[in-house]
Write a protein that binds this ligand. Structure first.
Ligand code: TRP
Length: 381
């Protein structure tokens, strides 16, 4: 596909970004540490800004429920920004990851089309970006067997998500699909030979394993001429939104979110029920007053100001006034997006057509990657 530029290696990234350093050089941090990832992310950001067309970006979402305002400010707007800069953006709907959750399959068709509507309403342009569903790109999954050969059971078992799931499932009850989850994710990323993966910190261990797989593939099958770029995380600078319970991270399936597709009245009801505290004077104090501070943060993101400024504005008027201000701010900020989303949701045929087109383009890309893999593995006959 013409939208795929030449592979960019890690060396390219470093030299491209050293021309325009994001910030002063820092002492080297150990590979795999948060500092090392943050440093790479900063370099990457500078390199993308300088030469966006050289970069292939891949992100993904599990279709486990409607996207919410946390997704909008944490990642959707960033994807749209990268698209608009001129990078090649692919967005994967990870339906085969969602089947690790037993209740999900029945709801998948609605959740998958809902994601497509959210993406388009937020500004992803199907003419420029590729939106596809994991299950519809068989070439992608054919990378899984070679990739499984490049990592040990012990390495996969050290992945924090896998460890958590193993603990939650009680020892031996975890599925082998769940166990190999980080390797699938490597296949998602490397199928489009992405160099850039915008994710949150929780995904860093998956990225580390993806880099290991890319490196080992290159060492074993493409010595001297690396085939896979070692992808790096582009860490979001957006602050983490808590849910309306003021306790946990805002989550698709936690019942504590404001879905992008919620109506203005639903939004008012959800915010009215948000947990706050009894202090009348509103102040921004995330540690001491998590509920109130989170509402201030969300209002500030909608109003493009600071949480402190919103706190000042509400002053002694109390949590009720803050909630009314927030409701207006969210409804105002989302009104255009919601109008577009409602029109899209009323036309599922169009959403399916967008997805079918994205699936086809993703298949072309993944098929080319697979052909490259076969040639290098000496399995092209
Ligand atoms: N695991 C990611 C999540 O839970 C979703 C995902 C699947 C993903 N494949 C990906 C993210 C590839 C980035 C790249 O949110």
């Amino acid at each position: 596909m013409s939208r795929l530029g030449p592979a960019t290696t890690q060396e390219d990234l470093v030299s491209a970004s050293s021309a325009r350093p994001a910030r002063p050089a820092r002492p080297a941090a150990p590979a795999g540490s948060l500092r090392a990832s943050q440093h790479r992310s900063d370099q990457l950001e500078a390199a993308i800004t300088a030469t966006p067309a050289r970069f292939r970006v891949l992100t993904g979402d599990r279709p486990t429920g409607p996207l919410h305002v946390g997704h909008l400010f944490g990642s959707l707007l960033n994807r749209v920004r990268l698209q608009d800069l001129g990078a090649s953006v692919s967005v994967l709907i990870a339906d085969l990851q969602a089947i690790t959750d037993r209740d999900a399959p029945r709801r998948l068709p609605a959740d998958v089309l809902g994601l497509v509507a959210d993406y388009l309403a937020a500004g992803l342009d199907p003419g420029r970006s590729v939106i596809f569903a994991h299950s519809q790109v068989p070439e992608l999954n054919q990378l899984l067997l070679p990739f499984l050969s490049l990592v040990s059971v012990a390495e996969v078992g050290r992945n924090p998500t896998v460890r958590q799931e193993a603990a939650a499932a009680g020892g031996g009850a975890m599925s082998a699909l769940m166990f190999s989850y980080p390797v699938h994710q490597a296949a998602d990323i490397l199928a489009v030979r992405a160099q850039v993966v915008p994710v949150g910190q929780d995904q860093l261990p998956h990225l580390e394993l993806t880099r290991t797989i890319a490196r080992r593939f290159n060492e074993r099958y493409a010595p001297g001429e690396p085939y896979f770029p070692e992808p790096a995380a582009l860490l979001s600078r957006a602050p983490l939104l808590l849910g309306l319970d003021g306790a946990r991270k805002m989550g698709k399936s936690l019942g504590n979110s404001i879905p992008l597709g919620a109506s203005a009245d639903e939004t008012a009801r959800l915010i009215a029920a948000a947990r706050t505290d009894a202090q009348r004077r509103i102040s921004y104090d995330p540690a001491g007053r998590p509920g109130v501070s989170n509402l201030l943060l969300l209002a500030s993101l909608c109003l493009r100001t600071s949480p402190q400024q919103v706190a000042e504005q509400v002053g002694d008027a109390g949590a009720g006034a803050l909630k009314r201000l927030l409701t207006d701010a969210v409804n105002e900020r989302l009104s255009g997006l919601r109008r577009r989303r409602a029109a899209l949701a009323a036309d599922p045929g169009y959403l399916r057509a967008v997805l079918a087109d994205g699936n086809e383009r993703a298949r072309e890309i993944a098929a080319r990657t697979l052909a490259g893999v076969r040639a290098r593995m000496h399995t092209a006959y």
